[in-house]
Every structure is written in C-alpha cells, then in structure tokens.
Design a binder for this molecule. Structure first.
Ligand code: FE2
Length: 427
C-alpha cells in the first residue's frame, strides 16, 4: 500500500513506462507495473517526471518590483544597481514580503523546489533580511529557500556593510556573499574575498559570491576565491556566481585558472538570461556575449548550475520563474547544441544546482524525497525545446500544484481539430 503512485512515468535517465510509489514523504519503489493500492494515483501518461527545478542564484528582495520607482533606461548593470539604491529606502518589509511570497507561488507552480536567494544587507534597517527570513519560514513546506548575505554596495566600499553582514548572519542568514569587482580597487576586491571567506570558515558557513560580473578581463577575483577556498579548507562549500569576465580573459591565463578552480572544488553559477542582457554594453561591434566559459568549466569537472538571477526587477524586466528558459538561453549562448550537451543543460537547472545548494535526498530515486514535476514533454531535451506546461508538482509525496495541459483547438477543414505541442516530438 502506497500513499501515492505516479504511473507510466518517463525519467530523466531515459527509463520509461515506470511507476513511482511513495510512502509519506519518500519514494519507496520505482518499477514497471507496480501492483499495489495507493491513496492517490496520478497518471503521468508517459511524460517526463523530473526532480524539481533548482534555482541556485536569485534576488528575491528585488523581484516583481519592476518600474518602482522608475525603469532602468540604459538597461545596464550599473543603472540597475543605482535604481535598486533608490528603491531600498522607500520599500517596506511588508512590500518585500508580499512580492517574495507572490514570486514563490509562481515558482512553485513552475516546478521549482529550491531557490538560493541573495539578500542585500547594505541597508542598516535590514528590511530585506527580515522579510526574506519570514518568507523562508512560510514557504518551507513547499520550497527550500536558502539566503545569502549579499553586500550589494561592496563589503568595504559601503561603510556599514561588514557590520550588517555579520548582523544578518546572526539573524539566521546562512551563506556569506560578496561582490569583489564592485569594491574600490582590485586590491580591495581581493581583500574582501579573503575577509568574507574567513568569516564563513569561522562560522562554518557556505560562500556564494557575485564574482567578476564584468567584461573587464583583468577582473580576476575568482582566482583569489579559489585560493582562499583551498587555504581555509572550504572545498565544496564555495560558489562563484556570474564569472562573466572569464569570457573576455586571455586564453592562456584561463588555461591556468580553470584547473585552479577545479582543484579548489569551487562551483560555478552562470546566469544566462541576465548576463546576455547586461554584458557587452560597452562594446560596439562585435559585441561580446559575456557568458562565462560554461563548456570548459564543466569539462574540467567543475559543478556548473544555471541560475535565473532576476525576474521583473531593476536589472531585468522579463522572466517567469521558468528554469527551462534559463537552460534554453544557456544552451544557445554556450552553443551547447549536441544531444549530450543539451541533456547536460537540463542537469544544470536540476541536479547540478541541487548539488551546489547541498540539497539532501534529491532526485527521482528510491530513498529520496518524493519531490517531482510532471512535464508535458517526454524527455529533458524536449523539455528545453518546448519549455512545457508543468502538469503536476509533487512535494514530499503531496500534490501541491497542477496545470491544465496545453492543447489548441483548430478550426480548419481537412486538418486535425486538436494540436498539442508535445505531439511534434520525433519518436
Ligand atoms: Fe545576482
């Protein structure tokens, strides 16, 4: 007897026609023709049953604030940062909380099971921290929300940021952030990496820094981040987010750098949607893409997870909590077009990001949490191609969201009267 059986599932590993039996919050059986009773049966109809999407890089304190108090006219990262500086003093804890909760509703409906959000601590009132800690509590049944103490204006450049960062960690924020390329000088950037990694080592925390989100090939703070990770024994607990300067670096230097990142066990989190929008803004033509060297990082054995970064905020006015949009953009910008590469892009928004976040019991396997998303597609590549409807979202063995399948009715003579996007998949 099971509490839930998901019948006729296709799995991301290529298995198909399997039934997934769940007891309580755990997957206890995956086999063909599971002959047992269940409290609830969901027919996956041969569709892909994926583990939940995982977003390893987001800004939930800014999300859904688009247009407040004004639009980002230039579209640049720097105007976004100054616009955010205008919004911070005029927004309330309640407004941040409400926006974040609305975003979480959307994210859950889109099959997200975990989000790592940076929260700006360069505000002496720590409104964002207060709001997002409450959101974390409220959504915990449905969504794992990790928070990073993020000194948006520079931990040394902003006079109270270091104090505020420690206050935020004392309040319960569990990851140390940073933004070395935004400090006043290269030396100050390197010093900030060292100081922040030391705080993390002392407190036993993870590190996730906005690192070298710049087109300047001389922005090399990832080198210091890898060095400090090794020096302090933080291997496996540190991520470099963005890493866009690597796009513009000299190949010879990168050939030394990437093995150092791998050796230090530092993870990489590119944010394809945002960086294809923000980078290369000082270029005429040809314009650089600005995405970090995804293929080379991956091939060196570094865990790479794609993040969404922003949805409708001072930096990015689009987005809909769809991690498949993120994978789709990362695939294109990185020219990851072989079948194996496309398949890997699905991992970059699921299991790789889960590994970076240290999620436990993740994945559609016996013994793991019964967390699953049924997509209106048969396999991971089709999922990226179609960015399809999330038919059912299951969390800890319970159905928490459902969406009607996408189907069009056609009114044309001598043509079919019904069209489903997933029926165009080659057999
Ligand atoms: Fe970011």
């Amino acid at each position: 007897m099971f509490d839930l059986i998901v019948k006729n599932a296709s799995l991301a590993n290529g298995d198909s026609g399997v039934d997934i039996g769940c007891k309580g919050d755990t997957i206890t059986a995956i086999e063909k023709d599971l002959a047992a009773e269940a409290g609830q049966i969901i027919d996956a109809c041969g569709n892909l049953v994926s583990p939940p999407f995982v977003d390893p890089h987001f800004h939930m304190d800014a999300t859904l604030s688009l247009g407040t108090p004004r639009m980002n006219v230039s579209g640049t990262l720097l105007e976004g940062i100054s616009l955010w500086g205008e919004l911070k003093p005029i927004q309330s804890v309640e407004q941040i909380f409400e926006r974040a909760m609305r975003y979480c509703d959307l994210a859950i409906s889109m099959g997200l099971g975990a989000i790592r959000s940076h929260v700006d601590i360069c505000d002496d009132t720590l409104k964002g921290v207060e709001a997002l800690l409450e959101v974390q509590k409220q959504v915990s049944t449905y969504l794992d929300l990790q928070l990073v103490a993020f000194p948006q204006d520079g931990v040394f450049r902003d006079p109270t940021a270091l104090t505020n960062l420690n206050r935020a960690l004392d309040m319960g924020v569990s990851i140390v952030g940073g933004i070395p390329h935004f400090e006043r000088t290269m030396d100050e950037g390197a010093n900030s990496v060292r100081a922040l990694c030391e705080i993390a080592a002392k407190r036993g925390l993870m590190v996730d820094m906005h690192c070298d989100e710049s087109d300047d090939p001389h922005s090399r703070h990832i080198e210091t981040l890898a060095f400090e990770t090794q020096r302090l024994g933080l291997q496996g607990r540190v991520a470099g987010s963005h890493l866009t300067s690597m796009h513009s670096m000299d190949n010879y230097y990168v050939s030394k750098l990437i093995p150092l990142i791998a050796e230090a066990g530092v993870h990489a989190i590119p944010n394809p949607l945002i960086n294809i929008m923000l980078q290369g803004r000082h270029d005429s033509y040809p314009k650089r893409r600005g995405q970090t060297r995804v293929r080379e990082l991956r091939d060196a054995g570094i865990t790479v997870g794609f993040g969404s970064d922003c949805v409708m905020d001072p930096w990015y006015s689009l987005g809909k909590a769809d991690m498949l949009d993120v994978a789709f953009m990362g695939l294109h910008v990185g020219q990851l077009s072989s079948r194996a590469d496309m398949r890997w892009c699905f991992d970059a928004v699921t299991k790789n990001s889960a590994e970076i976040m240290g999620l436990e019991k993740y994945g559609v396997e016996v013994g793991n949490y019964a967390d699953m998303v049924i997509l209106q597609a048969k396999d991971p590549i089709e999922a990226i191609r179609l960015r399809p409807t999330r038919l059912s979202v299951i969390r800890r063995g319970k159905l928490i969201a459902q969406t009607t399948p996408s189907v069009s009715t056609l009114y044309m003579s001598d043509r079919p009267d019904r069209l489903k996007p997933d029926e165009y998949a080659p057999e």
